[in-house]
Write a protein that binds this ligand. Structure first.
Ligand SMILES: NC(=O)c1ccc[n+]([C@@H]2O[C@H](COP(=O)([O-])OP(=O)(O)OC[C@H]3O[C@@H](n4cnc5c(N)ncnc54)[C@H](OP(=O)(O)O)[C@@H]3O)[C@@H](O)[C@H]2O)c1
Length: 286
């Protein structure tokens, strides 16, 4: 979709404006998404749990970019999430959803973790994105335009000791985004998984003292800007050149062909009309 700079953000705004909602917007990559969306001209709804931090981020965005903001204080794992978001976005035309929150803060073997905390991660990374897409997606489809970015991780690409639930839920986000990409492209709505690698965020810096020394850490602004520029080009995008190289080896088969083939197979079984969707491969989008 481009970086929005060459045309003052107009193409981006026509496709994804006037309002964007960022879930998990009070710091890290989510704050960077909110700021970059405002830079492109979008009004922004910021969702997170810490009200004073959210209000502060929103005030800085208004002052710097002259857009409108609204804050919604919500826990994305709450059973009340759908109602809270519906109330918080009443009267707004949301053209873009970024579901960003979802990191883990520590690592341990699955059986050594309380079941409740692993199920809370399922709520955050599976129920949350499903709830927001289901709440905001229908209006996008009716308008025939819009965008949805689900932030996932390189951890989505394989299983791993110590982060089993994280990997599995991030894999859910990747596959969910790929599926929605195919379903919603004919309706003019762009869906993309943003596959993120190690990034210098408050959340990760607080979770382990060694994180600062992790090789090749990315900056949150680069991840957010890259994702928004890649939106509309394919079902998934990988943040950072080094990560893209790694993913090429992990994902040698063309995803868009596989998604089309699987969609065609299912449409054949259930007698649903099928439409081929074209897009670029995840490691080919800069
Ligand atoms: N940083 C990395 O190295 C890295 C690597 C790979 C993938 N990622 C992915 O990138 C995304 C962002 O990661 P991040 O490192 O910036 O940290 P994060 O903890 O996923 O995101 C922080 C933001 O999410 C909000 N948040 C967290 N839990 C929430 C909840 N239950 N309800 C509402 N808001 C919540 C936080 O605000 P409040 O505390 O105010 O609620 C804050 O605004 C995640 O999906 C993560 O999996 C990150």
């Amino acid at each position: 979709m481009g970086d929005g700079r060459s045309d003052g953000g107009n193409t981006f705004m026509r496709r994804y404006g006037p309002w964007a909602l960022v879930a998990g917007a009070s710091d890290g990559i989510g704050e960077s998404f909110a700021r970059d969306l405002a830079r492109r001209g979008c009004h922004v709804v910021l969702v997170a749990r810490r009200e004073t931090v959210l209000a502060d981020v929103a005030a800085r965005i208004r002052a710097e970019f002259g857009v409108e903001t609204r804050i919604v204080v919500a826990d994305l794992t709450s059973p009340e999430l759908a109602a809270t978001i519906a109330r918080g976005t009443e009267g707004l035309e949301i053209g873009l959803l970024v579901y960003n929150a979802g990191a883990i803060h520590g690592a341990a073997r699955f059986l050594d973790q309380p079941l409740a905390s692993t199920l809370a991660l399922v709520d955050l990374n599976c129920r949350g994105p499903m709830t927001l897409v289901h709440g905001l997606g229908p209006a996008m489809r009716e308008r025939g335009r819009g965008g949805i970015v689900l932030v996932t991780s390189i951890s989505a690409l394989s299983g791993s000791s110590f982060t089993a639930t994280y990997n599995a839920t991030k894999s859910f986000d990747l596959i969910f985004a790929e599926s929605l990409w195919h379903e919603l492209a004919p309706a003019g709505v762009d869906v993309m998984a943003a596959i993120v690698g190690a990034t210098r965020t408050p959340s990760m810096l607080e979770s382990t003292s060694g994180f600062e020394r992790y090789p090749g850490l990315m900056e949150p602004d680069d991840v957010a800007q890259g994702a928004l520029s890649a939106l509309g080009q394919g079902p998934a995008w990988v943040a950072g050149k080094d990560n893209r190289e790694r993913v090429k080896g992990l994902f040698p088969l063309p995803r868009t062909q596989i998604i089309n083939a699987m969609s065609q197979a299912v449409s054949g079984i259930y007698d649903i009309p099928f439409e081929t969707v074209s897009g670029r491969e995840l490691a080919e989008i800069d």
